[in-house]
Design a protein around this ligand. Structure first.
Ligand SMILES: NC(=O)c1ccc[n+]([C@@H]2O[C@H](COP(=O)([O-])OP(=O)(O)OC[C@H]3O[C@@H](n4cnc5c(N)ncnc54)[C@H](OP(=O)(O)O)[C@@H]3O)[C@@H](O)[C@H]2O)c1
Length: 390
Protein backbone atom coordinates (compact mmCIF):
# COMPACT_ATOMS: atom_id res chain seq x y z
CA UNK A 1 0.00 0.00 0.00
CA UNK A 2 1.55 3.29 -1.13
CA UNK A 3 1.79 6.54 0.69
CA UNK A 4 -1.32 7.87 -1.07
CA UNK A 5 -3.41 4.88 0.01
CA UNK A 6 -2.44 5.35 3.64
CA UNK A 7 -3.18 9.04 3.40
CA UNK A 8 -6.49 8.36 1.62
CA UNK A 9 -7.66 5.77 4.15
CA UNK A 10 -6.71 8.15 6.91
CA UNK A 11 -8.73 10.90 5.26
CA UNK A 12 -11.79 8.62 4.87
CA UNK A 13 -11.88 8.33 8.65
CA UNK A 14 -12.48 12.05 8.63
CA UNK A 15 -14.66 12.06 5.49
CA UNK A 16 -17.34 14.23 7.05
CA UNK A 17 -14.85 16.79 8.33
CA UNK A 18 -13.04 16.94 4.98
CA UNK A 19 -16.30 17.45 3.08
CA UNK A 20 -17.29 20.07 5.60
CA UNK A 21 -14.03 21.96 5.11
CA UNK A 22 -13.80 21.63 1.32
CA UNK A 23 -17.38 21.83 0.10
CA UNK A 24 -16.38 20.72 -3.40
CA UNK A 25 -14.76 17.48 -2.22
CA UNK A 26 -16.60 14.16 -2.64
CA UNK A 27 -15.71 10.53 -2.01
CA UNK A 28 -16.82 7.96 -4.62
CA UNK A 29 -15.76 4.31 -4.28
CA UNK A 30 -12.11 4.31 -3.35
CA UNK A 31 -11.43 7.63 -5.03
CA UNK A 32 -11.85 11.24 -4.13
CA UNK A 33 -13.11 13.81 -6.66
CA UNK A 34 -13.80 17.49 -7.06
CA UNK A 35 -17.54 18.04 -7.57
CA UNK A 36 -16.87 21.33 -9.35
CA UNK A 37 -14.39 20.33 -12.06
CA UNK A 38 -14.53 16.52 -11.77
CA UNK A 39 -10.78 16.23 -11.24
CA UNK A 40 -9.45 13.26 -9.28
CA UNK A 41 -7.87 14.46 -6.06
CA UNK A 42 -4.60 12.68 -5.55
CA UNK A 43 -3.21 14.13 -2.36
CA UNK A 44 -5.15 15.08 0.72
CA UNK A 45 -2.73 17.62 2.12
CA UNK A 46 -4.56 20.82 3.01
CA UNK A 47 -2.06 22.93 1.07
CA UNK A 48 -2.70 20.85 -2.08
CA UNK A 49 -6.45 21.14 -1.64
CA UNK A 50 -6.08 24.90 -1.24
CA UNK A 51 -3.99 24.92 -4.40
CA UNK A 52 -6.63 22.92 -6.26
CA UNK A 53 -9.21 25.61 -5.46
CA UNK A 54 -7.04 28.11 -7.31
CA UNK A 55 -6.54 26.10 -10.50
CA UNK A 56 -7.85 27.66 -13.69
CA UNK A 57 -10.09 24.63 -14.37
CA UNK A 58 -11.66 24.71 -10.93
CA UNK A 59 -12.14 28.48 -11.05
CA UNK A 60 -13.70 28.28 -14.51
CA UNK A 61 -16.29 25.73 -13.38
CA UNK A 62 -16.99 27.31 -10.05
CA UNK A 63 -19.77 29.89 -9.81
CA UNK A 64 -19.05 30.60 -6.18
CA UNK A 65 -15.97 32.06 -4.66
CA UNK A 66 -13.59 29.50 -3.20
CA UNK A 67 -13.77 29.13 0.51
CA UNK A 68 -10.68 28.83 2.60
CA UNK A 69 -11.23 27.76 6.17
CA UNK A 70 -8.38 28.30 8.51
CA UNK A 71 -8.01 27.14 12.04
CA UNK A 72 -6.39 29.96 13.88
CA UNK A 73 -6.19 31.65 17.19
CA UNK A 74 -6.06 35.02 15.50
CA UNK A 75 -5.73 37.88 17.89
CA UNK A 76 -5.98 35.77 21.03
CA UNK A 77 -3.34 34.94 23.53
CA UNK A 78 -1.14 31.89 23.05
CA UNK A 79 -3.24 30.01 25.58
CA UNK A 80 -6.66 30.79 24.15
CA UNK A 81 -8.73 28.13 22.49
CA UNK A 82 -8.57 27.72 18.73
CA UNK A 83 -11.18 29.63 16.86
CA UNK A 84 -12.33 28.96 13.32
CA UNK A 85 -12.90 31.69 10.81
CA UNK A 86 -13.44 31.84 7.11
CA UNK A 87 -11.81 33.87 4.44
CA UNK A 88 -13.38 34.09 1.03
CA UNK A 89 -11.10 35.51 -1.55
CA UNK A 90 -11.20 36.43 -5.17
CA UNK A 91 -8.62 35.29 -7.66
CA UNK A 92 -7.06 37.88 -9.91
CA UNK A 93 -5.08 37.18 -13.07
CA UNK A 94 -1.84 37.24 -11.18
CA UNK A 95 -2.55 34.43 -8.76
CA UNK A 96 -4.26 31.65 -10.65
CA UNK A 97 -2.07 28.57 -10.62
CA UNK A 98 -2.07 25.28 -12.48
CA UNK A 99 -2.02 21.89 -10.73
CA UNK A 100 1.78 21.83 -10.84
CA UNK A 101 1.93 25.17 -9.08
CA UNK A 102 3.05 27.25 -12.06
CA UNK A 103 1.32 30.57 -12.73
CA UNK A 104 -1.26 30.69 -15.48
CA UNK A 105 -3.61 33.41 -16.60
CA UNK A 106 -7.36 33.45 -16.70
CA UNK A 107 -10.03 35.66 -18.11
CA UNK A 108 -12.28 34.90 -15.14
CA UNK A 109 -13.40 38.16 -13.64
CA UNK A 110 -12.80 38.49 -9.93
CA UNK A 111 -16.01 37.43 -8.26
CA UNK A 112 -17.41 40.14 -6.06
CA UNK A 113 -18.57 39.10 -2.64
CA UNK A 114 -19.51 40.48 0.70
CA UNK A 115 -17.98 37.76 2.84
CA UNK A 116 -15.31 39.06 5.11
CA UNK A 117 -12.35 38.11 7.23
CA UNK A 118 -14.45 37.28 10.22
CA UNK A 119 -14.46 37.76 13.19
CA UNK A 120 -11.16 39.63 12.98
CA UNK A 121 -11.05 43.33 13.81
CA UNK A 122 -8.50 45.16 11.71
CA UNK A 123 -6.52 48.23 12.71
CA UNK A 124 -4.42 50.70 10.74
CA UNK A 125 -1.93 52.97 12.50
CA UNK A 126 -1.06 55.60 9.90
CA UNK A 127 -3.50 56.10 7.03
CA UNK A 128 -1.57 57.64 4.17
CA UNK A 129 -1.10 56.47 0.59
CA UNK A 130 -0.07 52.88 1.19
CA UNK A 131 -2.51 52.20 4.04
CA UNK A 132 -5.37 53.53 1.93
CA UNK A 133 -4.29 51.47 -1.09
CA UNK A 134 -4.44 48.30 1.04
CA UNK A 135 -7.57 49.20 2.94
CA UNK A 136 -9.52 50.25 -0.16
CA UNK A 137 -8.46 47.05 -1.93
CA UNK A 138 -9.48 44.81 0.99
CA UNK A 139 -12.84 46.56 1.28
CA UNK A 140 -13.47 46.48 -2.45
CA UNK A 141 -12.68 42.77 -2.59
CA UNK A 142 -15.09 42.15 0.28
CA UNK A 143 -12.34 40.81 2.55
CA UNK A 144 -12.83 43.37 5.27
CA UNK A 145 -16.04 44.81 6.57
CA UNK A 146 -15.32 48.55 7.09
CA UNK A 147 -17.29 48.50 10.33
CA UNK A 148 -14.64 46.10 11.73
CA UNK A 149 -11.81 48.49 10.91
CA UNK A 150 -10.35 51.23 13.09
CA UNK A 151 -7.70 53.63 11.80
CA UNK A 152 -5.59 56.28 13.49
CA UNK A 153 -3.45 59.25 12.49
CA UNK A 154 -2.47 62.52 14.19
CA UNK A 155 -4.52 64.72 11.84
CA UNK A 156 -7.83 64.43 9.99
CA UNK A 157 -6.06 64.88 6.64
CA UNK A 158 -6.55 61.22 5.70
CA UNK A 159 -9.00 60.06 8.37
CA UNK A 160 -11.88 62.04 6.84
CA UNK A 161 -11.68 59.95 3.67
CA UNK A 162 -11.75 56.74 5.71
CA UNK A 163 -14.76 57.84 7.75
CA UNK A 164 -16.72 58.16 4.51
CA UNK A 165 -16.03 54.44 3.88
CA UNK A 166 -17.57 53.50 7.23
CA UNK A 167 -14.23 52.96 8.99
CA UNK A 168 -13.99 53.95 12.67
CA UNK A 169 -11.27 56.57 13.20
CA UNK A 170 -9.35 57.98 16.13
CA UNK A 171 -6.30 60.10 16.93
CA UNK A 172 -5.32 57.62 19.66
CA UNK A 173 -3.14 54.74 18.44
CA UNK A 174 -3.79 52.84 21.68
CA UNK A 175 -7.48 52.64 20.82
CA UNK A 176 -6.61 50.93 17.55
CA UNK A 177 -4.38 48.41 19.31
CA UNK A 178 -7.07 47.65 21.88
CA UNK A 179 -9.71 47.18 19.17
CA UNK A 180 -7.76 45.00 16.74
CA UNK A 181 -6.74 41.40 16.08
CA UNK A 182 -4.58 42.43 13.12
CA UNK A 183 -2.81 45.80 13.20
CA UNK A 184 -1.18 47.27 10.10
CA UNK A 185 1.68 49.63 11.00
CA UNK A 186 1.73 52.17 8.18
CA UNK A 187 3.70 55.20 9.41
CA UNK A 188 6.86 56.60 7.84
CA UNK A 189 10.08 54.95 9.09
CA UNK A 190 11.17 58.00 11.11
CA UNK A 191 7.87 57.97 13.07
CA UNK A 192 7.99 54.32 14.09
CA UNK A 193 10.13 54.47 17.23
CA UNK A 194 8.11 57.28 18.83
CA UNK A 195 4.83 55.77 17.75
CA UNK A 196 5.60 52.39 19.38
CA UNK A 197 7.10 54.17 22.40
CA UNK A 198 3.69 55.79 23.02
CA UNK A 199 1.75 52.51 22.99
CA UNK A 200 0.58 50.98 26.28
CA UNK A 201 1.47 47.45 27.33
CA UNK A 202 -1.13 44.93 26.22
CA UNK A 203 -3.40 42.77 28.37
CA UNK A 204 -2.03 39.22 28.54
CA UNK A 205 -5.20 37.94 26.87
CA UNK A 206 -4.64 40.14 23.82
CA UNK A 207 -1.89 39.10 21.43
CA UNK A 208 -2.66 40.70 18.07
CA UNK A 209 -0.75 40.26 14.83
CA UNK A 210 1.32 43.32 13.88
CA UNK A 211 1.80 43.69 10.13
CA UNK A 212 4.51 46.25 9.43
CA UNK A 213 4.75 47.79 5.96
CA UNK A 214 7.49 50.13 7.14
CA UNK A 215 10.44 50.22 4.80
CA UNK A 216 13.77 49.05 6.18
CA UNK A 217 12.74 47.86 9.65
CA UNK A 218 13.58 44.18 9.96
CA UNK A 219 11.69 41.56 11.93
CA UNK A 220 14.27 41.40 14.72
CA UNK A 221 14.07 45.15 15.34
CA UNK A 222 10.28 45.17 15.16
CA UNK A 223 10.06 42.28 17.61
CA UNK A 224 12.48 43.98 19.99
CA UNK A 225 10.48 47.20 19.86
CA UNK A 226 7.14 45.47 20.36
CA UNK A 227 8.45 43.43 23.30
CA UNK A 228 7.79 46.61 25.30
CA UNK A 229 4.08 45.88 24.76
CA UNK A 230 3.91 42.12 24.99
CA UNK A 231 6.17 39.10 25.37
CA UNK A 232 6.65 37.21 22.12
CA UNK A 233 4.95 39.69 19.77
CA UNK A 234 3.49 38.28 16.57
CA UNK A 235 4.91 40.17 13.61
CA UNK A 236 4.77 40.03 9.84
CA UNK A 237 6.96 42.29 7.73
CA UNK A 238 5.15 43.17 4.52
CA UNK A 239 6.36 45.02 1.43
CA UNK A 240 3.31 46.01 -0.62
CA UNK A 241 2.99 48.40 -3.55
CA UNK A 242 0.30 50.88 -4.52
CA UNK A 243 -1.14 49.00 -7.55
CA UNK A 244 -2.69 46.73 -4.89
CA UNK A 245 -5.44 49.34 -4.99
CA UNK A 246 -6.51 48.09 -8.45
CA UNK A 247 -5.96 44.40 -7.74
CA UNK A 248 -2.55 44.34 -9.47
CA UNK A 249 -0.25 44.64 -6.48
CA UNK A 250 3.02 42.89 -5.69
CA UNK A 251 3.10 41.99 -2.01
CA UNK A 252 5.91 40.03 -0.37
CA UNK A 253 6.16 39.23 3.29
CA UNK A 254 8.17 37.46 5.98
CA UNK A 255 6.83 35.89 9.17
CA UNK A 256 8.35 36.80 12.52
CA UNK A 257 9.85 34.28 14.91
CA UNK A 258 6.78 34.18 17.23
CA UNK A 259 4.19 34.21 14.44
CA UNK A 260 2.22 30.98 14.06
CA UNK A 261 2.39 29.39 10.60
CA UNK A 262 -1.42 29.70 10.28
CA UNK A 263 -0.88 33.42 9.66
CA UNK A 264 1.00 32.54 6.49
CA UNK A 265 -2.25 31.32 4.95
CA UNK A 266 -4.16 34.27 6.35
CA UNK A 267 -1.69 36.75 4.82
CA UNK A 268 -1.45 34.91 1.56
CA UNK A 269 -5.22 34.74 1.18
CA UNK A 270 -5.65 38.42 1.92
CA UNK A 271 -2.81 39.57 -0.32
CA UNK A 272 -3.48 37.22 -3.22
CA UNK A 273 -6.89 38.83 -3.56
CA UNK A 274 -5.21 42.11 -4.45
CA UNK A 275 -2.48 40.87 -6.77
CA UNK A 276 0.59 38.72 -6.49
CA UNK A 277 1.53 37.52 -3.03
CA UNK A 278 4.60 35.61 -1.90
CA UNK A 279 6.44 34.77 1.29
CA UNK A 280 10.14 35.52 0.82
CA UNK A 281 13.22 35.24 3.05
CA UNK A 282 13.83 38.45 4.92
CA UNK A 283 17.25 39.13 3.39
CA UNK A 284 15.47 39.72 0.04
CA UNK A 285 13.16 42.43 1.45
CA UNK A 286 15.31 45.45 0.59
CA UNK A 287 15.75 44.21 -2.97
CA UNK A 288 11.99 43.62 -3.24
CA UNK A 289 11.47 47.19 -2.05
CA UNK A 290 13.88 48.45 -4.74
CA UNK A 291 12.11 46.54 -7.46
CA UNK A 292 8.41 46.21 -6.63
CA UNK A 293 7.79 48.67 -3.77
CA UNK A 294 9.32 51.69 -5.48
CA UNK A 295 8.96 50.29 -9.02
CA UNK A 296 5.56 51.75 -9.90
CA UNK A 297 7.13 55.24 -9.71
CA UNK A 298 9.78 54.29 -12.31
CA UNK A 299 7.07 53.07 -14.66
CA UNK A 300 4.88 56.15 -14.11
CA UNK A 301 7.88 58.27 -15.07
CA UNK A 302 8.43 56.06 -18.13
CA UNK A 303 4.77 56.37 -19.16
CA UNK A 304 4.92 60.14 -18.78
CA UNK A 305 8.11 60.36 -20.84
CA UNK A 306 6.74 58.05 -23.54
CA UNK A 307 3.60 60.19 -23.75
CA UNK A 308 5.83 63.28 -24.07
CA UNK A 309 7.54 61.54 -26.98
CA UNK A 310 4.18 60.87 -28.59
CA UNK A 311 3.15 64.51 -28.14
CA UNK A 312 6.48 65.69 -29.55
CA UNK A 313 5.84 63.63 -32.64
CA UNK A 314 2.29 64.97 -33.06
CA UNK A 315 -0.15 62.91 -30.97
CA UNK A 316 -2.78 64.62 -28.80
CA UNK A 317 -1.76 64.44 -25.07
CA UNK A 318 -4.62 62.24 -23.86
CA UNK A 319 -4.23 59.73 -26.67
CA UNK A 320 -0.46 59.63 -26.16
CA UNK A 321 -0.86 58.90 -22.44
CA UNK A 322 -3.47 56.20 -22.97
CA UNK A 323 -1.37 54.53 -25.68
CA UNK A 324 1.70 54.62 -23.44
CA UNK A 325 -0.11 53.11 -20.43
CA UNK A 326 -1.90 50.43 -22.44
CA UNK A 327 1.34 49.53 -24.23
CA UNK A 328 3.11 49.04 -20.88
CA UNK A 329 0.22 46.92 -19.61
CA UNK A 330 0.26 44.85 -22.82
CA UNK A 331 4.02 44.30 -22.71
CA UNK A 332 3.88 43.26 -19.04
CA UNK A 333 1.04 40.84 -19.80
CA UNK A 334 3.10 39.33 -22.65
CA UNK A 335 5.99 38.68 -20.26
CA UNK A 336 3.71 37.16 -17.61
CA UNK A 337 1.58 35.08 -19.95
CA UNK A 338 3.92 33.94 -22.73
CA UNK A 339 6.61 32.61 -20.42
CA UNK A 340 9.18 33.94 -22.91
CA UNK A 341 12.33 35.76 -21.85
CA UNK A 342 11.87 39.54 -22.24
CA UNK A 343 14.95 39.59 -24.49
CA UNK A 344 13.26 37.17 -26.89
CA UNK A 345 10.07 39.24 -26.92
CA UNK A 346 12.20 42.32 -27.66
CA UNK A 347 13.92 40.51 -30.54
CA UNK A 348 10.52 39.58 -31.97
CA UNK A 349 9.62 43.28 -32.28
CA UNK A 350 12.94 44.29 -33.84
CA UNK A 351 12.88 43.58 -37.57
CA UNK A 352 16.21 43.92 -39.37
CA UNK A 353 16.85 47.51 -40.43
CA UNK A 354 13.47 48.51 -38.92
CA UNK A 355 12.17 51.26 -36.68
CA UNK A 356 12.36 49.42 -33.34
CA UNK A 357 16.01 48.41 -33.58
CA UNK A 358 16.84 52.04 -34.39
CA UNK A 359 14.96 53.08 -31.24
CA UNK A 360 16.68 50.34 -29.18
CA UNK A 361 20.05 51.68 -30.24
CA UNK A 362 19.00 55.11 -29.06
CA UNK A 363 17.92 53.67 -25.67
CA UNK A 364 21.26 51.85 -25.31
CA UNK A 365 23.18 55.05 -26.10
CA UNK A 366 21.19 56.87 -23.43
CA UNK A 367 21.71 54.18 -20.81
CA UNK A 368 18.16 52.89 -20.22
CA UNK A 369 19.26 49.59 -18.67
CA UNK A 370 21.92 51.24 -16.56
CA UNK A 371 19.36 53.78 -15.32
CA UNK A 372 16.86 51.09 -14.29
CA UNK A 373 19.40 48.82 -12.61
CA UNK A 374 20.76 51.83 -10.71
CA UNK A 375 17.24 52.83 -9.65
CA UNK A 376 16.53 49.43 -8.10
CA UNK A 377 19.92 49.47 -6.41
CA UNK A 378 19.43 53.00 -5.04
CA UNK A 379 16.03 52.17 -3.55
CA UNK A 380 17.25 48.88 -2.03
CA UNK A 381 20.26 50.59 -0.45
CA UNK A 382 18.08 53.38 0.88
CA UNK A 383 15.72 50.80 2.39
CA UNK A 384 18.66 49.17 4.18
CA UNK A 385 19.84 52.58 5.38
CA UNK A 386 16.38 53.56 6.73
CA UNK A 387 16.35 50.38 8.83
CA UNK A 388 19.65 51.28 10.46
CA UNK A 389 18.53 54.83 11.39
CA UNK A 390 16.33 54.22 14.37
N1 LIG B 1 3.87 54.50 -0.69
C1 LIG B 1 4.36 53.36 -1.13
O1 LIG B 1 4.31 53.03 -2.33
C2 LIG B 1 4.94 52.36 -0.16
C3 LIG B 1 5.28 51.09 -0.59
C4 LIG B 1 5.78 50.17 0.34
C5 LIG B 1 5.96 50.55 1.67
N2 LIG B 1 5.66 51.82 2.05
C6 LIG B 1 5.86 52.19 3.47
O2 LIG B 1 4.60 52.51 4.00
C7 LIG B 1 4.75 53.47 5.06
C8 LIG B 1 3.75 54.59 4.83
O3 LIG B 1 4.04 55.20 3.60
P1 LIG B 1 2.99 56.19 2.91
O4 LIG B 1 3.52 56.45 1.55
O5 LIG B 1 1.62 55.63 3.07
O6 LIG B 1 3.16 57.48 3.86
P2 LIG B 1 2.17 58.73 4.09
O7 LIG B 1 1.23 58.83 2.92
O8 LIG B 1 2.98 59.90 4.44
O9 LIG B 1 1.32 58.28 5.37
C9 LIG B 1 1.85 58.25 6.67
C10 LIG B 1 0.70 58.19 7.65
O10 LIG B 1 1.23 58.09 8.96
C11 LIG B 1 0.51 58.98 9.81
N3 LIG B 1 1.32 59.26 11.01
C12 LIG B 1 2.39 60.05 11.18
N4 LIG B 1 2.83 59.98 12.46
C13 LIG B 1 1.99 59.12 13.11
C14 LIG B 1 1.90 58.63 14.45
N5 LIG B 1 2.76 58.99 15.40
N6 LIG B 1 0.90 57.77 14.75
C15 LIG B 1 0.03 57.37 13.81
N7 LIG B 1 0.06 57.79 12.54
C16 LIG B 1 1.04 58.65 12.19
C17 LIG B 1 0.23 60.17 8.92
O11 LIG B 1 -0.77 60.96 9.54
P3 LIG B 1 -1.54 62.18 8.82
O12 LIG B 1 -2.60 61.53 7.99
O13 LIG B 1 -2.08 62.95 9.97
O14 LIG B 1 -0.52 62.92 8.03
C18 LIG B 1 -0.19 59.44 7.66
O15 LIG B 1 -1.55 59.05 7.75
C19 LIG B 1 6.18 53.94 5.03
O16 LIG B 1 6.90 53.37 6.10
C20 LIG B 1 6.71 53.45 3.70
O17 LIG B 1 8.06 53.10 3.81
C21 LIG B 1 5.13 52.72 1.18
Amino acid sequence: MGKWKTCYNESRKYKKEWEEQFKWLTFRGDKCYCKVCNATIKTMKTSNLDLHEKTAKHMKNSDTKPILKIQSNLGKSNKSKTEEFEIKYTVSEANVVSEDGTATSTTNPAVPGKEVLNPANIGFIGCGNMAQALLNAFIRKGLIDPSHVMASAPSDRNLTKLRSLGVKTTHDNNEVVKHSDVIFLCVKPHHLTDMIGDLNALERSHNPLFVSIITGFDIKTLEEMLTALIDYPRVIRLMPNTPSMVGQGCCVYTLGSHTPEAYNEVMNSMLSSIGLSAEIPEYQMDAACGLAGSGPAYIYAAIEALADGGVKMGLPRQLAQTLAAQMVKGAATMVLESGKHPGQLKDEVCSPGGTTIAAMHSLEKNGLRNALISAVEASALRSKELGTKK
